[in-house]
Design a protein around this ligand. Structure first.
Ligand SMILES: [Zn+2]
Length: 120
């Protein structure tokens, strides 16, 4: 049976976009990663709260593709963070205003122009 995380406990705000997130520790690597505070069926991670209030997360793999026991499906916040940051595309900037196009000035053909490398 899927579980849901505590609605407020452990929830903090993303420093970049202000969304509600939870910090979790990746099982195995011990890395910290931000998860969206709300579970999502689209999540690629399974998270569960430890007895001491910590949050552990693992990536859902093919052989363990569904949350088990107390786990809930979590979304890595960096995949939905709108504040930019590492691993994200730089924010799209408005196309630069182009200078108004001028009609090319018609030049007379250059006949026998003087100059250039001197002939031997
Ligand atoms: Zn964010």
């Amino acid at each position: 049976m899927p579980t849901t995380p505590h609605p407020t406990r452990g929830v903090t705000q993303c420093g970049r976009c202000g969304a509600s997130i939870r910090w979790a520790t990746v099982i195995g690597s011990g890395q910290r990663m931000p998860l969206n505070a709300l579970p999502s069926p689209m999540g690629g991670y399974a998270a569960h709260t430890t007895g001491s209030g910590g949050l552990l997360v693992r990536e859902l793999t093919r052989d363990r593709a569904e949350p088990e026991y107390l786990e809930w499906k979590a979304v890595a916040h960096w995949s939905s963070c709108t504040g930019g940051g590492s691993g994200q595309q730089p924010r799209a900037t408005a196309p630069r205003a182009r200078p108004a196009r001028r009609r090319p000035t018609v030049q007379p053909p250059l006949w026998g122009q003087p100059g250039g490398p001197r002939q031997r």
